[in-house]
Design a protein around this ligand. Structure first.
Ligand SMILES: *[C@@H]1O[C@H](CO)[C@@H](O)[C@H](O)[C@H]1NC(C)=O
Ligand SMILES: *[C@@H]1O[C@H](CO)[C@@H](O)[C@H](O)[C@H]1NC(C)=O
Length: 310
């Protein structure tokens, strides 16, 4: 927990510093309460936020790439590749998952509004949940899928269907981050940003505090060096698409009205921070290979051949 440093106390007037202390007191109070809550769970049997479901939202219609989830990558539909990766995070099946990871049981399902995708997914053995076409984005689709599941889950991992090379360790990582941070409702992952991507507005940058909580996300370069250029020595962070949320939060998340920074940056996740919720961020080693266009398919296939992945 960050406490005012003596220098910042000295610099501020007494009225201001007492407000700061009250604010810290509130934050600290919330953290203590969340900690006590976690401790209560742990005493009861060591299962805090232990029921975890992974959801891969998939839709057929896409402005940039029609039928994207079904596109074949080295002979296998992309959605199948993503699902197979997700399954590895869970070990081999539900029962094994319970044995190997007493801390959580992971189930992965595909949520879609499209019968072609549903059929394909059932074909390779995935659990499919049909969501309504009115879902406006992946988060809403996840939320609807969650409501339709027969069991209750504490945590939902939203696994982007267009990252067929997602490492299972990253999925496990965001889940554990949320289990280990009772005051957070959301967790996500970042990796090192390549210098040449510093000014690419499609690459979302992130800054975090000393405890690994998100401070801000931007399409612009953050932090910004006064030279006006990318500082090749600074460890900039690139945001990866994977997100996990506490189920209770997922229910209210799509309903929270849009916030100014969210609208200005066109970044959903800012809504979480602007409403004062805490978000835990893990740093991972990952080469992002998202598939957004048909050209990306060729790129990823070339890469897989090079690395002997099949
Ligand atoms: C800004 O970037 C330059 C390199 O481009 C670096 O030498 C410098 O330390 C950075 N920070 C500041 C405050 O200038
Ligand atoms: C999903 O779409 C709706 C409507 O555009 C929006 O209100 C909501 O903020 C979006 N994102 C999330 C994360 O719910």
């Amino acid at each position: 927990m960050a406490i005012c440093s003596p220098s910042s106390m000295a610099a501020s007037g007494s009225g201001f510093s007492s407000k700061v202390w009250i604010a810290h007191g509130l934050v600290l109070g919330a953290a203590v309460a969340a900690g006590a809550y976690a401790a209560f769970y742990l005493r009861r049997g060591g299962r805090f936020r232990s029921r975890v479901v992974g959801i891969i939202p998939a839709r057929f219609a896409s402005t940039r790439f029609e039928g994207k989830p079904l596109v074949e990558i080295l002979g296998k539909p992309m959605i199948q590749r993503t699902w197979e990766r997700a399954k590895l995070a869970t070990t081999l099946d539900r029962i094994e998952a319970l044995v190997a990871f007493p801390f959580y049981c992971f189930v992965s399902v595909v949520a879609t509004d499209d019968e072609r995708i549903a059929e394909c997914c059932r074909g390779f053995g995935a659990d499919v949940i049909i969501t309504s076409e009115s879902c406006r984005n992946g988060t809403e689709r996840c939320n609807e899928a969650l409501q339709k599941l027969d069991k209750k889950y504490d945590i939902v991992v939203n696994i982007q269907g267009d990252e067929p090379l997602i490492e299972p360790e990253i999925i496990d990582g965001v889940v554990k981050a949320l289990q280990g941070a009772p005051d957070a409702v959301f967790s996500t992952a970042v990796t090192s940003l390549k210098s040449e991507d510093g000014t690419d507005t499609n690459r979302v940058k992130c800054i975090v505090d000393n405890h690994g909580y998100a401070i801000y996300f931007s399409r612009g370069l953050i932090p910004y060096n006064k030279s006006g250029k990318v500082n090749p020595k600074f460890p900039y962070l690139l945001h990866l698409g994977i997100q996990s949320y506490v189920s209770k939060f997922l229910r209210i998340y799509p309903e929270l009205p849009p916030t100014p920074l969210q609208l200005e940056e066109d970044l959903e996740q800012l809504k979480v921070l602007e409403n004062g919720y805490r978000m835990k961020v893990i740093k991972v080693d990952h080469d992002a290979h998202g598939v957004d266009t048909p050209e990306d398919v060729e790129k990823i296939e070339a890469l897989m051949r090079e690395r002997n992945l099949s």
